[in-house]
Structures are given as C-alpha cells and as structure tokens.
Design a binder for this molecule. Structure first.
Ligand code: ADP
Length: 275
C-alpha cells in the first residue's frame, strides 16, 4: 500500500511539473510573438520619417539652385547614404520579424527561370565591371524553357544577398559565377566566388542573425550580418534549403535548392501582412 501511495505522489508531482513546463512554453511563445510584432511595428514607424530624410537630403544634394556650398552638398550626400543604410537595416529587421512571426506573405506564380537570371545578370554585370571582377551566369539547357512556381521577388532577394556578398568578399581580378542546374524536382542555384573564403568554424554561425566572420568594431567590411539569416529563412519558407562550401583563402560557394513546384504545406505564411 505504501508503494502505491508513493507512486501516486510521484505521479502527482510529474503532472505538476508537466503543467509547469506547458505554462512556461506558452509564456515563451507569447513573448516571442510580442517581440516579433513589436519589431514589425517599430520598423514600420521608423520607415515613414526616414523616407522624408532620404527624399529631402537627395533634393539638397542635387543643389539645383546652386545655393549650397560644396561642403554642404557633401554633407547632404552623407545624410542620404547613412539614411539609405539605415533603411536597409530596418527592412531586413522587418523581414526577419515577419518570418519569425509566421507572417511572411508569399506571392507564388509561375516564373520562367530565365526571367530571374536576366534581372540578376543585368544588376550585377555593372557591379562586376566597376570592381574588375569577372561575372558569369550559366543555365543548364533543360532549364532554359523551364518555369518555377515560386515568389519571384523573394528568390531574387536571396540571390541578390548571396551575389552582393560574393562581390564584397572577392578582390579585384577574381571571379563570381552564378550557375543553375536541375536536380530531381529542384532548381539548384550556385553562387561561387574566388574571394577570401570562410573558416570552417564560422560556416554555420554566419547563418545566424547579426553574425559576421569578423565581428570586431574595426572590421574591414560593412554590412549588418542579417543577409544570410534572411536568405536561409526565405529558402525554407519557399520549401527549399541553402548550404555552403568554402575554403578559407580560396573562395566560397553558396548552394540554394528550390522546388520547381511549390507545395503549400511546406510554407508557414498565414494571417495578414504586418506592414
Ligand atoms: P553581411 O554581409 O551584411 O555582414 P550576411 O549575413 O550576408 O551579412 O553575411 C554574414 C557574414 O558571412 C559576412 O559578414 C561575412 O563574414 C561572411 N560571408 C558571407 N558571404 C561571404 C562570402 N561570399 N565570402 C566570404 N565571407 C562571406
């Protein structure tokens, strides 16, 4: 009988602990949702005044009526550049909080694969020329006429992030290559560079928000450390994945795999958009 009583007590204790854990999980979920919603609202409130700063500083920098001294025009340019990086940071935070809150809305439609590569190639050919870096795009013949059911803006955002990094971390006379292959029911985008590479122990960490290989305040390269975490989240929301192969000092290849057909159950977006 004593045994039975002991067991009964233990069962009660376990039930209590289970209840406690369930309450804690709920608390964490609620506060994490508040955090995401707070960030999304804040980002929205910050963007409105920032847009005025951007437009007005741009007007000043144009100095149409020749009323400003050269130094003042330079200041106006600086205000505009700093404002633009701030807007970029705010947009990135908004994107991340939308994804975390499960409120990233997707616009899925059939997109010709070549439409994506043409936009991207136009964008980066100029950057490559300015940086003295060779840029190549290759598409597997089977993809030339293929269509992918996806969110075109979001795929281009992933590729823009990866290619901006590739150009940023590749010195003069290097090469950046975008290649597209078909694999099973996926399109595999590879962004390869002959840049500085990423040490083994940092290859997973850099996909986390705000993480950079060089985290020091005296670092050589700018950036927010958000691009890769957003890209990985976006790839997941689109039903795909992103991974990395890199050798320090030799270069890096980022590999994005996206399904040719979008499967509704893979994505999380529900509810209305935040912004
Ligand atoms: P950001 O570029 O704004 O710092 P990302 O999230 O895009 O943020 O990248 C995080 C970090 O990963 C970079 O700061 C850099 O240290 C490293 N990284 C990303 N892409 C490359 C690349 N192609 N070559 C070398 N390092 C890279």
């Amino acid at each position: 009988e004593e045994k039975v009583n002991q067991l009964g007590e233990q069962k009660e204790k376990l039930e209590q602990a289970k209840g406690e854990i369930e309450r804690k999980v709920l608390e964490v979920e609620v506060s994490s949702r508040y955090k995401s919603e707070f960030l999304a609202n804040m980002s929205h409130e910050l963007r409105t005044p920032l847009n005025s700063i951007l437009i007005l500083s741009q007007l000043l920098a144009e100095n149409k009526h020749k009323r400003l001294a050269e130094k003042d025009v330079e200041f106006a340019h600086n205000i505009h550049t700093s404002g633009a990086s701030l807007l970029n940071l705010i947009n990135e935070i908004l994107d991340l909080s939308k994804i975390e809150a499960g409120k990233m809305e997707l616009d899925i439609e059939p997109v010709p694969v070549t439409a994506i590569t043409e936009t991207i190639t136009t964008l980066f050919t100029e950057i490559a020329r300015n940086k003295d870096v060779t840029f190549r795009t290759t598409i597997a013949p089977v993809l030339q006429k293929a269509t992918i059911a996806t969110d075109r803006q979001r795929v281009e955002q992933i590729l823009r992030n990866l290619l901006s990094n590739a150009f940023k971390f590749t010195p003069k006379n290097g090469t950046v290559a975008l290649s597209l292959q078909a694999e099973n029911n996926n399109v595999v985008f590879q962004v390869a560079d002959t840049g500085i590479g990423i040490p083994k122990d940092k290859q997973e960490i850099i996909f986390q928000a705000f993480q950079q290989v060089d985290g020091s305040t005296k670092r050589q390269y700018g950036g927010t450390g958000l691009g890769l975490s957003i890209s990985r989240e976006l790839a997941h929301v689109l039903g795909g994945s992103i991974r990395l192969e890199s050798i320090e000092g030799k270069g890096s290849t980022f590999i994005v795999s996206l399904p040719l057909t979008f499967n509704e159950t893979l994505s999380v977006p529900t509810g209305k958009e935040i912004s």
